[in-house]
Design a protein around this ligand. Structure first.
Ligand SMILES: N[C@@H](CCC(=O)N[C@@H](CS)C(=O)NCC(=O)O)C(=O)O
Length: 338
C-alpha cells in the first residue's frame, strides 16, 4: 500500500465511527431547552420587545441550533449578558452557547475557555463624533476624549490604531452600552468607538441623529460569531454546522417560503441533503435527517435573517457589504454540507 492509500483507509475508518452525543447535547435534550447568551440590547443582533419576543441575527443563530437539536426554534431561553459578563457565563455552564456580537480574536479563542464555531457577521471598528466637532477623519482625533465600553475588543483596537498613528487619547470607560452611549450623547467625551454595527444603533438613540457623523475609517477587523465552551467537540460541530446550514441554504436558493416545495421536488444533490431527502448529514452530528430542513423552515436562510435584522426596512439600514455571499463579492462562505 502506498502512502496515499493508507491515508484514505484511515479516513474511511474514521468516517465509519458511531457518533457519540456530547454532554451539552444530552443536557439540552434533557432540559428541552437551549440556553443562549445574548446581548442585552444590540439592534440587529438581539433585542426583546415589550411582549418578551426576541429578534436579531444572534437570536436566529440560537434558534437555528434549537430547531436542529430540539425540533423547535422557539425552545430557547435567552440570557442577556453585558460585555464583561459574557465569557464567565459560558465558562461556568450558565449558558450552552454565546451569540452576542462577539469578536473572535486569538486571545479569546485560546485562553477564555471558549472556542468560536463560525463567523456570522464581518464587522469592523469605527468612530462616531458630533458634527460640531468639525472632524472628518479618524486621523484628526489626536488628543480626543474617547468613550469606550469595558470588556470589549474595542479597547485594544483603539490602542493599536492610535499607537500606529502616533496619536494620543484620553479613554473614559463604562460598564454598559447605555452608560457609554449616554456619556457620549451628553458630551462627556468627544468620540465614541465600537463596532460599526453598534455605531449605527447608537446614532438611532440620539435625539437628533443628523447631529452626529460616523467617520469613514474602519480601524480593525471584528469578525463576530457564536462560541461554545471548550471540551465538547460534538456540541461545537452542531453549533458550527447549524449556522453554516443557513449560509448554504442561501447559496442553494432555499428560503423559508420555498423549502417545502423543494423538499417535494428537488433532485439536486446539494439541495436534497439540506432538505432531508438526500444523504443523511444529521447522523454524523448526532441529529436526525431533517435538522437543516427545520432550520430553513423555522428560521430562514442567512440572507433572510440578515435582511430582516439589518436591511433597508430596519432602523439599522446597513449595507450588506462583506456579509454578502462569496458568490456576490462578499466573505460569507459555508464549507460544503456533504
Ligand atoms: N465585538 C466587540 C464589541 C461587542 C460589544 O460588547 N459591544 C458593546 C457596545 S455596543 C455592546 O454590545 N454592549 C452591550 C451591553 O454590554 O449590554 C467585542 O466582542 O468585544
Amino acid at each position: 500500500m502506498n502512502y496515499k492509500s493508507i491515508t484514505c483507509a484511515v479516513a474511511l475508518a474514521t468516517a465509519a465511527l458511531t457518533v457519540q452525543a456530547g454532554p451539552v447535547l444530552d443536557a439540552v435534550k434533557a432540559r428541552g431547552q437551549l440556553v443562549c447568551g445574548v446581548n442585552t440590547a444590540a439592534p440587529g443582533f438581539s433585542s426583546v420587545d415589550s411582549q418578551g419576543n426576541w429578534s436579531g441575527l444572534d437570536v436566529d443563530t440560537c434558534r437555528a441550533v434549537a430547531a436542529a437539536v430540539l425540533g423547535d426554534a422557539q425552545k430557547v431561553k435567552f440570557v442577556p449578558l453585558s460585555s464583561p459578563q459574557r465569557f464567565t457565563a459560558l465558562q461556568s455552564g450558565e449558558i450552552d452557547m454565546l451569540a452576542r456580537n462577539t469578536t473572535m480574536t486569538l486571545t479569546r479563542d485560546a485562553s477564555l475557555g471558549a472556542v468560536f464555531a463560525a463567523i456570522s457577521y464581518y464587522d469592523g471598528q469605527g468612530f462616531i463624533v458630533p458634527k460640531k466637532l468639525g472632524v472628518d477623519s479618524a486621523k484628526k482625533l489626536n488628543g480626543a476624549t474617547v468613550c469606550l465600553q469595558a470588556g470589549t475588543s474595542s479597547i485594544q483596537a483603539m490602542a493599536d490604531y492610535f499607537a500606529a498613528n502616533k496619536m494620543k487619547y484620553k479613554p473614559v470607560m463604562y460598564d454598559t452600552t447605555e452608560a457609554t452611549q449616554n456619556a457620549f450623547l451628553s458630551g462627556r467625551c468627544q468620540v465614541y468607538t465600537t463596532d460599526m454595527s453598534d455605531l449605527a444603533g447608537a446614532r438611532t438613540r440620539a435625539r437628533n441623529p443628523q447631529d452626529y457623523v460616523i467617520l469613514p475609517e474602519t480601524i480593525s477587523k471584528e469578525p463576530l460569531g457564536p462560541s461554545v465552551r471548550r471540551g465538547d467537540d460534538e456540541w461545537f460541530q452542531i453549533v458550527r454546522w447549524s449556522f453554516y446550514a443557513m449560509v448554504e441554504a442561501e447559496e442553494s436558493g432555499l428560503t423559508q417560503a420555498n423549502v417545502d416545495e423543494m423538499k417535494k421536488t428537488s433532485t439536486a444533490p446539494q439541495v436534497m441533503r439540506l432538505v432531508g431527502t438526500g444523504d443523511d448529514m444529521g447522523k454524523l452530528l448526532g441529529l436526525d435527517k431533517d435538522w437543516s430542513y427545520r432550520i430553513i423552515k423555522q428560521v430562514g436562510n442567512y440572507g433572510e435573517s440578515w435582511v430582516k435584522n439589518f436591511g433597508p426596512n430596519t432602523k439599522m439600514n446597513l449595507p450588506r457589504g462583506l456579509n454578502k455571499l462569496w458568490t456576490e463579492g462578499g466573505l460569507m462562505y459555508a464549507p460544503p454540507i456533504r
